[in-house]
Design a protein around this ligand. Structure first.
Ligand SMILES: C[S@@+](CC[C@H](N)C(=O)[O-])C[C@H]1O[C@@H](n2cnc3c(N)ncnc32)[C@H](O)[C@@H]1O
Length: 351
């Protein structure tokens, strides 16, 4: 098999040894209630006045498969924009990263894009400890195996997986100082995943990573991507809850809730799924809503027409990204790489 490293001229003082494993190392760092007890989190979210269920319901192995099919569909314009940026600017992005560093990818998904940036780093002779974080162990194992094989003989790149949530990763960074080797850390957060959080949640999480890096005594930067499309009709077509692959992706939470709660109350035909564009916040919001009263427990009824929030996709422009970064403890946008229509950006955020 051709490897990503054939053209690398190894630089002096390589820090990675050449002993290679057949399989990538997977580290289970999960500790958060959302991952360990999703069922209780669903019931608690449904008991609130503003009802919500965890978006983690969407992201098991089947959910990630659904997402990848949607991402490859013609209406989902985000993936091709990201690929355009990666293919045009990968060397400049790699240039902006330190010579020796830890690269921690938050919500890594199928890792197809990761290989582009790792190859660019390897071609520049940069040394990188790459950690892929995601919540589904089986999906992570599969996608990491491909990446592992691609970079197996690449002396500059070492690869491992972390199973857990973003919050679990914050704890891991703070408490595993020796694993990170005192190297500067870059958190790679692509696929418009950061705007799946609200702006405040995103700032808070970045701030938590910044503090965790402080505890570990290492520097901290982010390379994140965000879609800034404000064309409502294109957005509503891309996130259509009634058609094709977006429908399958968005409705997957109902199947998981049905399995986890062991009740027929989450049958497909009982629930509507709707999507709204919030112009003020520049975000797509998705809700489930029952067509009849649904009794989940003696003291828990979801009434016909109640809206249950379960998914967000923010559409953030540069000035919004600047504000979010600033509120995360003083990060600044130090580089931006855009697509040709200037609708999609990759931002390097440094403090
Ligand atoms: C929009 S997809 C992007 C996937 C990939 N980065 C890409 O660009 O194709 C979001 C990813 O984040 C993961 N994810 C969602 N919530 C998460 C959480 N709280 N902690 C860790 N990963 C999460 C999902 O499993 C999924 O792989």
């Amino acid at each position: 098999m051709a490897t990503a490293c054939e053209v690398v001229q190894p630089s002096p003082g390589l820090f990675l040894d050449t002993r290679r494993r057949e399989e990538p190392f997977l580290w289970d760092i999960s500790n958060s209630p959302e991952l360990l007890d999703l069922r209780t989190c669903i019931l608690s979210g449904l008991s609130q006045t503003a009802k919500a269920i965890p978006s983690l319901l969407l992201w098991d192995e089947q959910g990630l498969r659904n997402f990848n099919e949607w991402a490859d569909s013609p209406h989902y314009y985000l993936k091709s924009k990201e690929m355009e940026i990666f293919e045009t600017w990968r060397d400049q992005m790699a240039n902006a990263l330190p010579h020796r560093s830890a690269l921690v990818e938050l919500g890594c998904g199928n890792l197809h894009k990761t290989s582009i940036i790792l190859s660019a780093l390897a071609r520049q002779g940069k040394q990188v400890w790459y950690y892929a974080l995601d919540v589904s162990k089986s999906a992570l194992r599969q996608s990491l195996q491909f990446l592992h094989e691609e970079f197996m003989y690449c002396p500059n790149v070492r690869i491992a997986g972390l199973i857990g949530t973003y919050d679990d990763c914050v704890d891991w960074v703070a408490h595993n100082t020796s694993t990170l080797h005192g190297l500067p850390a870059t958190f790679l957060w692509v696929g418009n995943s950061m705007p799946n959080l609200s702006k405040t949640e995103a700032s808070d999480l970045m701030n938590n990573f910044r503090r965790a890096c402080g505890v570990a005594g290492i520097s901290c930067r982010f390379l994140v991507s965000a879609d800034a499309c404000a064309d409502e009709s294109r957005l509503l077509k891309a996130y259509d809850p009634e058609a094709g692959t977006s429908r399958t992706f968005l409705r997957h939470g109902l199947h998981r809730a049905k399995t986890l709660l062991g009740t027929d109350s989450f049958e497909e035909e009982v629930w509507n799924c709707t999507v709204e564009y919030d112009r003020k916040e520049n975000e797509i919001l998705a809700f489930y809503s029952p067509r009849v009263d649904v009794i989940l427990a003696v003291d828990l009824t979801v009434h016909k027409g109640d809206k249950i929030f379960f998914f967000r996709s923010g559409k953030w422009n540069e000035s919004q990204m600047e504000t979010i970064a600033h509120q995360a403890g003083g990060f600044q946008v130090s580089h931006v790489w855009r697509d040709s229509n200037e609708e999609y950006g990759f931002y390097l955020l440094s403090s």
